[in-house]
Design a protein around this ligand. Structure first.
Ligand code: PEP
Ligand code: MG
Length: 843
């Protein structure tokens, strides 16, 4: 086998691969092939860079001899396999020395030469040799900077380009191996052994007289993806750093605020537009182009995928597909499903009164309200209680990622738009404000002091606005997001492709309406208990729980019946034409009872019973292990009146909605089943109620009765259970809890330790445990299907909105997944991607 060359000049025919030289090197080769004016470039593959980190330098004089200009100035940039994995920052103007300085003084003038030399000494000292920043920032002339260098290093500033390049390559290769760089890229999905390539390029930045300078240009808006030329250009060799200096830079397009490149150099501007267009068509992507103008001639130094926010990434992919540049399937594959959830984020209601506590960097869009927590364990505990929370940290580290997954928003005292918290939050689609002015976080006391001096403690409620950077007092009302044409295209194209259904878990009218907006295939889980938490209903529910015997209980249920019937009628109406799967009551009854003290006294007063009796009843209902106790179908069998009332409400609502003209497709689901007999008992009663309602109303209807498979035994016995069930819907929340013997409500306390120690690769409540729980799913599905080939298979746990889990279910032949409405678009796109990839693999 031939050894890979230690470096390769990028020519149209050179063997340059993204998997070996990185994506920047590959992209530069594409630009070269497009005949764009790219300065001479040499690519160092991953292996060479690894060797350099270990002290084995390639022959630099040979590398340098490939460039035949005098004076030679080079740049080195990183080139990882995927640009998202980052890499050390570029080092420019390598080769600057006394001789180059003298040459530049003659051609460009002393000032420019001084600036370039000073800037290079500084960046070499600080970024390459890692010397203290301060003395070099204080140095005002190259002479000062050189003297400082000599003082700090006990050796003169290197004059030889090979020595400078040697140090730069070493420093960049080692930076890539550093712990924080590794953790950051791994958070972006990079494998442990991800390599770094480097590209060494001849500098072409305005060294001569005439029109010279450098700039960057983008052809779409990074925020919206709409066509728009933005960027900056800086004349006369002031260098890239100065591009950040808005005052000195030119606008690219004509602009009333100041001079523009379009006005001053119209031919170059037109040429840049042609470069953008060529990139779009040939590279099939919107690129950000870095360029220089050297004595009136345009050079394209580099092109990277245009940075883009969530909305732009969808808009760009959709526009490329609409313009026929890429197929729709590729557009769908280019959008990370979780990006969609960012588009769907709520915004603060513009008309809502807001009391601003402080402001920070708007690091990740969307608004979130919740109780404040100060660590991952508390965030995970809040999630398991279904309680929104905002994670506050001084700054975040990879240890906090678990907590960020669980939180609804993140607020940090320190950091900025690219700090760890910001980068990770954007990846997760989580609202985030960083660097909030004047906050003082105490992790030990779990408090945060505001600029006003006010102290907030764990549990206090705040709202953060990751789009404006504001931190607000209390829970501020929010507005639903605006969904634009590109989003709708992506949803339509996903619907056209996907071959697995996506339903929503929706219990309220608001949820169902939202789900309908997202074009769901129905409701996959309506948790009826949520309908009882309204204060009026709660009292009736409590009366039912406190009933002395069946008669009293029947009276209370009689009052609950019309309330449930109205809820269901409205749901059926909204979901007309689509199935609505209603789950019978699931939680243990004590969840409806007040906690000790004030609540019990109020209940005694409401029920007109002595406090002692209320206390005794509450105590009697307490269980050692409520999640494994009297809940789900056990409740339905021990107190059949409850399920009978619910079934009657469902059927009467069916009739009412049918009469109102809706196309009603009711489904009833029995929770926490463990045995066939449970299903038989419940089914017999429900069928009887259906017949009674049909006879009473003279209206015929059909319905489907199914089972929630959320105990391991139900999965194992799915064969016999499916004989009496039209569908099996896997409740992977409880199934995960019971398979692991791991409490859903307490796992947060140690989950981060477990994941950090590598006991579990991921939190199994967030990412389906394919090996264990997944095996139960496969086994249950196979047994269910064998006994009843037409049984419908579904998943309705939280995993239904997780892209990998959607793909797992699809490959296992499930009929649909069901997830919370906001995750529906994510699930649809994930379903479409899985279908496209399967089709591609089959070709
Ligand atoms: C489940 O257990 O997966 C489920 C969907 O039900 P719940 O979360 O209501 O227990
Ligand atoms: Mg459950």
């Amino acid at each position: 086998m031939l050894d890979t060359p230690r470096f390769t000049e990028i020519t149209p025919t050179a063997d340059i691969r993204a998997s070996r030289h990185g994506s920047r090197a590959k992209c530069l080769q594409r630009l070269v092939r497009m005949d764009l004016p790219v300065p001479q470039t040499v690519a160092l593959p991953f292996d060479t860079v690894r060797d350099i980190a270990e002290g084995r330098m390639p022959d630099l004089s040979m590398l340098i001899s490939l460039f035949d200009v005098q004076p030679l100035l080079l740049s080195v940039r990183s080139s990882s396999a995927t640009s998202d994995w980052g890499g050390p920052g570029a080092v420019l103007n390598i080769g600057m020395n006394d001789e180059a300085h003298a040459w530049l003084s003659n051609t460009l003038g002393h000032d420019v030469a001084d600036k370039l030399y000073l800037r290079f000494i500084r960046s070499y000292a600080i970024e390459v040799m890692r010397l203290d920043e301060e003395p070099f920032i204080d140095a005002k002339t190259p002479e000062d900077a050189r003297a400082t260098f000599e003082e700090e290093m006990d050796e003169p500033f290197p004059q030889n380009i090979a020595d400078q390049l040697d140090a730069v390559l070493r420093s960049m290769s080692r930076a890539w191996e550093g712990t924080s760089a590794r953790l950051l890229r791994q958070a972006q999905g990079a494998p442990i052994d991800a390599g770094l390539g480097l590209v060494v390029q001849k500098m072409a930045q305005g060294m001569g007289p005439g029109q010279s300078g450098s700039g960057v240009v983008q052809f779409v808006s990074p925020a919206t993806g709409e066509p728009q030329v933005t960027g900056r250009y800086l004349g006369q060799a002031m260098g890239r750093d100065a591009l950040r200096n808005r005052d000195k830079a030119l606008y690219l397009t004509h602009d009333d605020r100041g001079p523009s490149l379009q006005d001053q150099l119209p031919e170059i501007y037109a040429e840049l537009l042609r470069v953008g267009d060529a990139c779009r068509h040939r590279l099939r992507e919107e690129m950000q182009v870095e360029f220089t103008i050297d004595q009136g001639r345009l050079h394209v130094l580099d092109a990277v995928r245009c940075p883009r926010q969530a909305r732009a990434s969808v808009a760009i992919a959709a526009a490329l597909a609409r313009d026929g540049i890429i197929p729709r399937s590729e557009a769908l594959l280019r959008i990370a499903p979780n990006v969609l959830s960012r588009l769907l984020h709520r915004q603060i209601d513009a008309d809502a009164p807001r009391s601003v506590l402080t402001r920070g960097v708007a690091a990740s869009p969307g608004a979130a309200s919740g109780r404040i927590v100060f660590d991952s364990a508390a965030a995970q505990a809040a999630l398991s209680r279904d309680e929104p929370c905002i994670l506050i940290r001084r700054e975040t580290s990879p240890d906090d990622v678990r907590g960020m997954h669980a939180a609804d928003g993140v607020l940090t005292e320190r950091g900025g738009a690219t700090s760890h918290a910001a980068v990770i939050a954007r990846g997760l689609g989580l609202p985030c404000v960083t660097g909030a002015t004047g906050l003082s976080v105490s992790h030990r006391h779990k408090t945060v002091r505001l600029p006003s001096g006010r102290l907030l403690s764990e549990g206090d409620v705040i709202t953060i606005d990751g789009s404006s950077g504001e931190v607000l007092d209390g829970a501020v009302p929010t507005q639903e997001p605006m969904l634009d044409g590109a989003f709708r295209d992506v949803m339509t194209w996903s619907d056209d492709v996907r071959d697995i259904g996506v339903r929503a878990n929706a219990d309220t009218i608001a949820d169902a309406t939202l789900a309908r907006t997202f074009g769901v295939d129905g409701i996959g889980l309506c948790r009826t208990e949520h309908m009882f938490f309204d204060p009026v209903r709660l009292t009736v529910m409590r009366e039912m729980i406190f009933a002395e015997g069946p008669e009293d209980r029947a009276a209370a249920l009689e009052r609950l019946l019309p309330m449930q019937r109205d809820d269901f009628t409205e749901l059926f109406d909204i979901m007309s034409g689509l199935p609505v799967c209603i789950r019978l009551l699931d939680p243990p009854l004590h969840e409806f009872l007040p906690s000790e003290g004030e609540g019990e006294r109020a209940l005694a007063a409401a029920l007109d019973k002595p406090l002692s009796e209320v206390k005794a009843r509450v105590k009697a209902l307490q269980e050692y292990n409520p999640m494994l106790g009297m809940r789900g179908v056990r409740l339905g069998i021990a107190m059949p009146e409850i399920y009978e009332m619910q079934a009657r409400a469902i059927f009467e609502a069916t009739v009412a909605a049918l009469r109102a003209g809706a196309d009603v497709r009711p489904e009833i689901m029995i929770p926490l089943v463990t045995a066939r007999r449970e299903v038989e008992l419940v089914k017999r009663r429900i069928d009887a109620i259906a017949s009674a309602v049909q006879a009473e109303t003279g209206t015929e209807f059909t319905y489907r009765l199914g089972v929630m498979v959320e105990t391991p035994r139900a999965a194992l016995r799915a064969g016999e259970i499916s004989e009496t069930a039209a569908f099996l819907s896997f409740g992977t929340n409880d199934l995960t809890q019971m398979t692991y013997g791991l409490s859903r409500d307490d796992a947060g306390r140690f989950m981060s330790t477990y994941v950090n120690e590598g006991v579990y690769p991921e939190d199994p409540f967030q990412t389906l445990d394919v090996d264990g729980v997944g095996e139960l799913l496969l086994l249950g599905a196979a047994r269910g299907r064998q006994a009843r080939p037409d049984v419908t298979l579904a998943l309705c746990g939280e995993h239904g909105g997780n892209p990998e889990s959607v793909s797992f279910c699809r490959l296992a032949g499930f009929d649909y997944v069901s997830c919370s409405p906001f995750r529906v678009p994510v699930a649809k796109l994930a379903a479409a991607q899985s279908t496209i990839l399967s089709n591609q693999a089959a070709k």
